[in-house]
Ligand binder design. Structure first.
Ligand code: FMN
Length: 422
């Protein structure tokens, strides 16, 4: 079988590095092979062109037919097909791969790759490709912990192979221990992040994003908060990660951590301020999507305020410092570009323009949080982006991930002036 031609266009979200990427998915003979089907499916849905290579043992667990149905491409299994076409398919496959992923990777396959053996389609392609190699091992804890496996893992790591897991948890044997395959969603995100680092236009940049609203303590169990869900900040962080930026997400909420993003958990305004100032000291840009508390209780009670004892109570509030205005516009990397957010219910644009100036930001992203189809809590947003040169752009309703890319598209020109250049 010769390598199959690549299709012209692919589905998936604009800005997703998996869109149009050529992924070779190697599958080896583990009980968790069934999860490779979901990995293939998620990759295809993201717009990747997926060529599956199976070991003969993997084909005992899942048939090539399953992968063919999901990827709409003929899987690679037999190096010695009688039609004589198998010949150089692996070389062509290896050459065209943007990334190779082996999931699940058995102890045996890890050993073969570590020792340069190439006696099946998976190990052969892994040896023949110059593309980054990611492996997601799955095996029983005894096999993972065995000195032979650990030596192979060390060899492969040293050669730049990226390991995804394994995780500790319940294993097929019924025991609990190290050796569980990382979940398909995380595996696919790791491939996405790796492609972003390789090819993204923010590769080498460091971007700090804030997400979620502050909680300002009244007493040990109560707080003053706001309705920010954090979804906008998480979507911007994902977009920055997908464009190759080293991304730090300073978050007050506990949404699933995007693979490849470093999350700094905070709660109060004071904690967020401290984290922003620290992280921005070595950053190229700050995107302040978090909903910062403007006020906090003048003092937090150190015990729960009792209803009977209190009657009506008045909580005096004191003003918090403006985090983004307090953040310097330079860092160890040169220019530190600040992007503010304005969530308003009235006079959206007038308020945004005055905030842009006060905060020393290069751009402000204004959104009307009184709208029901956009803003707090939902997956979509409708924003207006204003910059410090007076340019105003009203963007249509789009996903928060797409808004993230729209913001980063406009950040790019400002970064050209920083120390690292474009
Ligand atoms: C039911 C069953 C489940 C297996 N599960 C695993 C596994 O999860 N991980 C592993 O490393 N080997 C597992 N093995 C052993 C491998 O299939 C065996 O080592 C095989 O030679 C691997 O070959 P391959 O890497 O070429 O696919 C399993 C074997 C059987 C029979």
């Amino acid at each position: 079988m010769t390598a199959q031609p690549l299709p012209e266009s692919a589905p998936g979200r604009p800005g997703d590095p998996l869109r149009g990427a050529h992924v070779v998915l190697g599958v080896s003979g583990s009980i968790s092979c069934y999860k490779a089907v979901e990995v293939a499916s998620r990759l295809v849905q993201a717009g990747a062109i997926v060529d599956v290579a199976l070991t003969s043992h993997a084909a005992q667990f899942v048939t090539p037919l399953t992968f063919r149905s999901i990827t709409a491409r003929e899987p690679y299994l037999d190096m010695w097909r009688p039609d004589g076409e198998a010949g150089e398919a692996h070389v062509e496959l290896a050459r065209r791969a943007d990334v190779m992923l082996i999931a699940p990777a058995t102890a045996s396959t890890l050993a073969r790759i570590a020792h340069g053996l190439a006696d099946d389609f998976v190990s052969l392609t892994a040896l023949a490709t110059a593309a980054p190699l990611l492996v997601a091992p799955a095996m029983d804890a005894q096999m993972w912990e065995h000195a032979a496996t650990q030596a192979n893992v060390a060899t492969l790591r040293e050669r730049g192979v990226q390991f995804l897991g394994p995780l500790s948890g319940r294993l097929a044997s019924g025991r609990t221990g190290m050796g569980r395959l990382v979940e398909p969603e995380q595996i696919v995100d790791a491939v996405r992040a790796r492609l972003g680092t390789q090819r993204g236009d923010l590769s080498g940049r460091r971007v700090v994003v804030t997400a979620g609203g502050n909680r300002e303590a009244i007493d040990p169990v109560r707080y003053i908060g706001n309705r920010s869900s954090g979804k906008m900040g998480y979507a911007i962080a994902e977009a920055a990660r997908d464009r190759g930026a080293e991304t730090v997400l300073i978050s007050t909420v506990s949404l699933p951590v995007p693979v490849g993003v470093r999350v700094v958990a905070v709660e109060s305004h004071a904690q967020m301020m401290e984290a922003v100032l620290r992280e921005c000291g070595q950053a190229d840009a700050l995107v302040m999507a978090g909903a910062v508390a403007d006020y906090r209780p003048a003092s937090a009670a150190d015990h729960k305020i009792k209803r009977e004892a209190a009657g009506d109570i008045v909580i005096p509030l004191v003003e918090n410092a403006d985090i983004i205005a307090s953040t310097p516009t330079t860092s160890t990397r040169g220019t530190m570009v600040k992007i503010a957010f304005a969530a308003e219910t009235d006079d959206l644009i007038a308020n945004a323009v005055s905030k842009l100036k006060k905060k020393g930001a290069r751009m402000i992203v204004a959104n009307d949080v009184s709208a029901t189809d956009a803003g707090f809590g939902v997956d979509d947003n409708r924003v207006t982006i204003l910059n410090d040169e007076g340019v105003r752009e009203d963007l249509p309703l789009m996903t928060k991930y797409a808004v993230g890319h729209a913001i980063l598209d406009r950040l790019r020109p400002y970064l050209q002036n920083s120390l690292l250049g474009a």
